[in-house]
Each structure stands twice: as C-alpha cells, then as structure tokens.
Design a protein around this ligand. Structure first.
Ligand code: GDP
Ligand code: MG
Length: 738
C-alpha cells in the first residue's frame, strides 16, 4: 500500500490532496490517472459492482456543487458569495461521505463543469464531451434547473438536454445490445410551491418530447422513443438561502433516495413524493470498480480525440487490460508459493540428488487453486469472452510450471525408489545370509517391489491434481515398474552368480577329497597292473574311469543343489540352463587344476616312487620283504619297475580304460545355451574340443603330461628306482654278513 500512502502529496495540483475529491478531467481536457489512487484510497477499488456513479449537469452557478455537498457530504468547491465566478472546472469525482445509513454503498459523484459558462463562452465542445463521458459511465444524470426556467424551451438547459439525447443515440448506435438505461433526475431549485411539482414535471416531459422529436435520428433508430433509453425522476427543493431549514429537510429526504430500487415501482418515481430507491440494476454500466479508472481513461481518450465511442470495444479492451493485470497479481502469489520448490528441485537435480519433495503436491494444488480462485473473483466480472480466454491462458501458464514440477517429482521418486529398492533387496539378502537360513530371494524381491511401488504410487497420487489429464502418473508408474523388473532381473542374476560360486566351491572341495584319494591310492602300489590283483583294491588301470564317474556324479549332485535353489529365485528355465552349463564348464576347470596339482613333477615322482617301493618291498600278502642274497632281487626289481613305468603313459592321458577314448567332455557340457549372454561367457576358460575356435582337440584337452615330461619323468623315476634297488642289494649282502 506504499503507493497509496503517498496519495496526499500526489494530488493533481502538486500539493493538493483528495480532500475535495479528485479532478479526473482538468480544464485542458487532460485525464488525471490519480483516479485509480483515489478509488483505492476510498476503498472502492475492491467493491466489484457494488458501487454507483452519478453525474450532475446544469447551467453554471445553479447551486449544483452546493447541492452535492449537502447530499453527499462532499467538499466540491462552490462559488463564494462575494467572487461570483465559476469554480468547478473540468470533471470532479468524490465518494459519498454522508453518514446517512439508508444510502447505497460506494456512491461516486461526478461534478461536471457547468455549461454556458461565462469563462468558456459558447464552448459547446466541452459540453458535448463531458455529456458523452457522463452518459457512458453514469447510472443517474442529475439535471439541476431553476424553477423559473421550467418551460423556457429555448433556455440553456434545453440545449444541454438536446446534447445529452444526441450523444446517447450516438452511443447506442454502437451498443444496441446493451440494455443499460439511465435515469434523468431533475432537481428543480428555488421551488416556490405555488405550481405543483406534477405540473412542472408535465411541462418538462413535454419539452423533452419535443426535443426528442426534433432530433435527427440515425438509421434504424428513427422510431425510437425517449422512454427506450431513459427513466425520469423529479425532486423540487426550496431556496437554500431563504428557506434554509426546509432546504435542509428536503435534501435529507432526497438523500435517502440514493439507494437500490426496483423496476416495478419505477412508475411512481415520476411523482416527486416517491421515496423508492433510484438505483435500478439496469442502470449499472457493469464496469468492475477495479477497472473503472482504466475504463474511464480509455473512454475519455476516445472522446477527446473525437473518435467514435464504441463501448463494447472499450469494455473488451478494458477486460484484456484488467485480466492481464489481475493475472500478473495472482502470478506473484503463485511465484511466491512455487518458486522455492522449483529452486529446490533444480538444486537437487544439479547435485545429482534424487529425492521427492514432501508436500509438493499439496503446495501445487493450493497455489493453483488460489491463483485461479483469485483470478476468477476479480476477472470474471469483465467481458465473458475475454475472461474465459485469459483464464485459459492463466491455467496454461500455471500448468506449464506445475508440469515441470510434476515430472521432476516423479523422476526423483523413480531414481530414489530404484536406489532404495536395490539397497533394500541387498540388505535383506545379507540379513538372510547372516542368519544362515536359506532365505527366499523371490519373496524378498516381491516384498520390496510391493513397498517400492506403493511408495511411488503415493508420491504420484500426492502430485496428481484432479481433473487435469497431464497430472496422471500411470505412464511413469509403468516405466518405474519396468525398471524395477529389470533391476530384479539383475539382482536375481547376481544372486545366481553367488549361488553358482558357492556350488563351485562345494564341487572343488568334493573333488579335492575324492580325486586326491584316487591319486593317493597310486602310492600304495596295490592293484598295480603288474602285481597280482587283490579283490578290494581299485585297479590302477581304472583310475580315469573312476575319476570321470565320480566327477560326473559330484557335478550332478551340485547341479541339483543349484537348480533347487535357483527355483526359489523364480529363475527361468533358461537361466537355470545357463547356470548348469557354466557349472559344468567351471567344474571341469576345477578337476583339471586338481589333476594338474597332483601331476606336478615332484608330487608325481613321489607317487611313482611310493608305488614302485610298495611293489618292490612288499610281497603279495603285503608283508615287507627281508632281502636275502638268494632272493631274485633283480627279477622283483624289474617287474616292479616295469609295472610302475606303465603308470606314466596311463596317467599322461585322461582316457577310458577299455575304449581308450577321452571323456565325452563335449557331449557332457553340451552346446552353449541360446540364452547365454556375452556376460555369461566372459569369465569362462576355453576348453579344447568343446570350444571349436580354441583349435585344441579333446585329446589335447585331456592330455595331462606331454611327451617331454613323460620322458623326463621316466628318466628320473628310473634313477630313483635304481637307488632303491642298490640299497636293497646292499641290505641283502649286509644281512648275510651279519
Ligand atoms: P454551481 O456552479 O452550479 O456548482 O453552483 P455553486 O454550488 O458553486 O453555487 C453558486 C452560487 O449559488 C453560490 O453563491 C451559492 O451560494 C448559491 N446557491 C447555492 N444554493 C442555492 C440555492 O438553493 N438557491 C440559490 N438561489 N442560490 C444558491
Ligand atoms: Mg460547481
């Protein structure tokens, strides 16, 4: 309100204030924009349609301003008794200040410069312009007339009325649809009481009828009657100076007529004694109070520039101007409510933070509803078409902003939800692992997905504004669900990997034991190819058969574990197939490395030596031999050595004991499943004979010792065996010498 706070010093005359009202048009025909301030100062601006405008006309110095001040407690300048010169210049406006409770709210009175003024001479131009202005804006036109001038048809008043009627026809030519009428309210001054008011009225009506007939009417309005446009009322007042008390009493009575009235009693108003309200709804020009000053300025501008006054167009222009202004006002409040959220959202986005803003939807709805409601309250009073158009414009302005917030909120909820979902699933899995119990992965995913969807749904619902198709989050929800499904799939694959790793570890430990045992058995030398067979000993020759079948059995066992567990993840048949395929390949790798470990030179040499010693130092019954010189040490040595030597080619190649074929690794592993992704194959070691592009055959894959190693091993073993033989020989001789 700071602007209005300065009204007192911002008056039209530099130092003037609003004490005397506001001079809306000055003597130079300039419009004074202070009118808006005055209306705001007097509290009329927000009255909507609840205000009234009346103008007063009449010859100069007929006591008009005096009467207005008496009626409305205004402070229009009046001619001082001594100076006798015209005081009212241009057009003044003041608000009714009377304390009379019967009067209507917000009566605005326009005091129009008197006609036939001495100073202006025959300034018909101003008279015409001010009449037109008054007619275009006022509900009631008060015509002030001395009683002794009634019936003087040639008098100045009649000239004024002629002007008013002409100007009225001019207006209606452009505005035929308008139903607005005006009240011509005759105030007969210095009424003596000798001639009844009724007679004066009749005289005036006859005179007006004559004036009307004499007017040249525009085409289409030839047949129009004065009653089509005007109602009439009459009041007679005694001489103010000679009969001050009666004057006061009559003015007080007259003042009460400035209140809302009804049409059906209008006829009675023709009688001076009528005490009904004179403000009929149809007189109102329907210009909202907050737009009046702009409207008045536009009208005056047209009039002063001698343009055709087209009220409907002026009203449309006003509507556009005011609707824009009101829109700006409501947008200020909207900005205040919404900008902080926009900033918060933009900041979060810039920092890469994903968080839905709580209470955003409520703020959006509140700000939108307030803006539209406030706009509607103020703007709907204006031209309907313009109002509707501007309202649509406002809504689209608001919704453009809200749409961005809506989308940002859902995208934050999406990101946030996705993060929380994978974190929650991982945490639940971890908790399940800690407890050691076999947690249900599929159940965990299902529960967390439900929570995630509900959360998203509630954020979506919160920012949904009913009745606005754009604020529907169904599509975003579908995208979100899709994303969760994708992540679930990823998490399930991760979980499958973890399971596969566990199963592989199990296979490794099983094979370590069982394959280790097989190789250890070699060291005992029992069941050797050369030595006599013992029923309970596994044959050396069948070592690969046994390793293969225990390998296959172990992996089969592992596969079952894998498949059972994977089923509880809701893994697809394809995923299980890929998992098993990987498990077989990896298990083969495990077996290969176990075999390689056993075949490490040192290990193998030790085993061969043990094998040989066992055959050489023990008899068929497993009893240690005490060498005697008579023993065929050389023969036993040779047989044992040859028997052990057969192990080298046997162990060198993983072969079936009967067929001599390598294990059916290719068939057993099978082809790469169609569902296998590059990621599934990424960490796999190529297998000869299985992976064609390896350029390695199955025979090569299953060859454990190459030729060079075999020869080297043979040489070293023989040396070791020789040593044992020499020692035996020595001990035999030694035993004899003992
Ligand atoms: P305006 O020019 O029509 O606004 O007239 P003013 O209100 O300025 O008054 C002009 C003169 O008429 C002043 O000197 C008043 O004192 C005087 N006057 C006011 N009321 C009456 C009245 O009822 N009868 C007569 N005869 N003179 C009046
Ligand atoms: Mg005056």
């Amino acid at each position: 309100m700071s602007v209005n706070g300065h009204f007192a010093s911002a008056g039209q005359n530099g130092t003037a204030n609003f004490e005397h009202g506001v001079q809306i048009v000055d003597e130079d025909k300039q419009f004074n924009p202070d009118l808006a301030k005055y209306l705001s100062y007097t509290g009329v601006s927000h009255a909507g349609f609840n205000y009234h405008l009346i103008s007063v006309f009449g010859s100069q110095s007929t006591g008009k301003s005096t009467l207005l001040n008496a009626l409305f407690d205004t402070d229009f300048s009046v001619m001082s008794e001594s100076e006798r010169r015209q005081t009212t210049r241009g057009i003044w406006l003041a608000k009714n200040k009377s304390a009379t409770t019967e009067m209507a709210d917000n009566i605005l009175v326009m005091d129009v410069e008197g006609t036939d003024g001495r100073e202006r001479g025959e300034d018909q131009d101003f008279e015409r312009k001010s009449s037109l202005f008054a007619l275009a804006t006022s509900e009631v036109l008060m015509v002030n007339i001395w009683e002794h001038q009634v019936g003087l048809y040639q008098g100045a008043n009649m000239g004024l009325l002629k002007t008013v009627f002409e100007v009225n026809l001019q207006l209606f030519l452009k505005d035929r649809k308008s139903t607005s009428r005006s009240l011509l309210y005759f105030v007969i001054r210095d009424f003596l009481g000798t001639t009844p008011l009724q007679n004066l009225r009749n005289t005036l009506m006859q005179d007006m009828g004559r004036i009307w007939t004499s007017l040249s009417k525009p085409p289409g309005l030839e047949k129009s009657s004065i009653d089509d446009y005007f109602d009439f009322a009459f009041t007679a007042l005694p001489h103010k100076l000679y009969q001050p008390d009666q004057f006061k009493a009559e003015v007080a009575k007259m003042a009460t007529r400035f209140r809302d009235g009804q049409r059906d009693r209008r006829r009675d108003a023709l009688l001076g004694e009528f005490d009904g309200g004179i403000f009929l709804p149809e007189y109102h020009r329907r210009i909202p109070a907050d737009g009046f000053s702009h409207y008045a300025e536009g009208i005056w501008d047209q009039i002063v520039n001698n343009k055709d006054l087209d009220l409907p167009t002026q009203q449309e222009l006003l509507a556009q101007f005011r609707c824009d202004e009101i829109m700006r006002e409501v947008m200020v409040a909207f900005d205040e409510a919404i900008t902080p959220f926009e900033t918060q959202q933009a900041d979060a986005a810039r920092m890469g933070r994903a968080e839905a803003i709580s209470g955003l939807g409520a703020a959006m709805k509140g700000a939108r509803a307030d803006a539209i409601k406030n706009f509607e309250t103020e703007a709907s009073r204006y031209h309907k078409g313009v109002y509707q158009r501007k309202r649509t414009e406002l809504e689209s302005k608001i919704d453009t902003r809200l749409k961005v917030l809506f989308a940002g909120q859902l995208s934050a909820a999406h990101k946030e939800g996705v993060e929380q979902f994978s974190d929650a699933v991982s945490a639940a899995v971890k908790a399940g692992q800690k407890k050691g119990a076999s947690y249900d992965f599929a159940e965990i995913v299902k529960d967390q997905k439900k929570i995630a969807l509900e959360k998203f749904g509630s954020v979506g619902k919160e920012v949904t504004i009913e009745g606005l198709p754009w604020s529907n989050y169904k599509q975003e929800m579908a995208l979100y669900q899709k994303e969760l499904d994708k992540i679930s799939g990823q998490l399930r694959r991760d979980e499958m990997r973890r399971l596969a790793t566990r199963v592989e570890r199990w296979v490794r430990s099983k094979l370590n034991d069982s394959v280790g045992l097989e190789f250890n058995a070699l060291g005992s030398g029992r069941g050797g190819t050369g030595a006599p067979e013992h029923g309970d000993r596994p044959s050396e020759k069948g070592i690969w058969d046994r390793i293969w079948s225990l390998f296959v059995a172990t992996v089969q066992d592992a596969e079952k574990r894998f498949a059972d567990r994977a089923a509880s993840f809701d893994a697809s048949a394809e995923e299980v197939e890929v998992g098993i395929w990987r498990l077989r390949r990896k298990s083969w790798g495990v077996l290969r490395s176990k075999i390689d470990e056993e075949m490490m030179e040192g290990n193998l040499l030790l085993k061969l030596r043990e094998n040989f010693e066992d055959k050489f130092r023990y008899d068929e019954a497993g009893v240690p031999r005490i060498w005697r010189p008579t023993d065929d040490i050389e023969g036993i040595y040779t047989r044992a050595r040859e028997s052990t030597l057969t192990l080298i080619p046997l162990l060198a190649r993983f072969r079936h004991s009967e067929t001599g074929a390598p294990p059916p690794l290719d068939r057993w592993i099978g082809p790469t499943p169609a569902a296998a992704t590059p990621a599934d194959e990424e960490d796999l070691t190529p297998i000869g004979g299985v992976d064609e592009e390896e350029g390695k055959s199955l025979e090569e894959e299953t060859t454990v010792l190459n030729e060079a190693k075999r020869q080297d091993l043979t040489v070293r073993f023989k040396k070791a065996a020789d040593g044992v033989y020499v020692e035996a020989k020595r001990s035999a001789i030694g035993g004899m010498t003992q």
